[in-house]
Design a binder for this molecule. Structure first.
Ligand SMILES: [Zn+2]
Length: 104
């Protein structure tokens, strides 16, 4: 086996060109050699870690967006009450409906 045959089969992008990875291929999968960085398992683990990170960010952003909607709806309800609104139950139900909730 030559060095070229046992080197990593992946290419890396640098300087507006693709180059062979250059690392030694340690892991053989599907008849090809991969380095520790480009092995399908390592790529899958990094992707799963990235997906978990983005899911956490998305959960945080959705909570923040919900809070902003709640603050705006609550401010509008308070302003209606201050202006003389006389049906707090109906106003509360309308405000919760804006937030996508049917019951308190
Ligand atoms: Zn590689």
């Amino acid at each position: 086996m030559t060095a070229a045959e046992s080197s990593c089969c992946k290419a890396v992008f640098s300087g507006w060109r693709n180059y062979p990875c250059g690392r030694k291929g340690k892991l053989a999968e599907d008849g090809k050699f991969y380095c520790g960085v480009h092995s399908p398992d390592a790529v899958q683990k990094r992707q799963a870690k990235r997906d978990a990170s983005y899911a956490a960010l998305r959960t945080k952003w959705e909570a923040e967006a919900r809070h902003r909607r709640f603050a705006a709806a609550a401010e509008a309800a308070i302003r209606e009450i201050a202006a003389g609104h006389n049906d707090p139950h109906g106003l509360a139900a309308k405000t919760l409906a804006i937030l996508g909730e049917s019951k308190p």
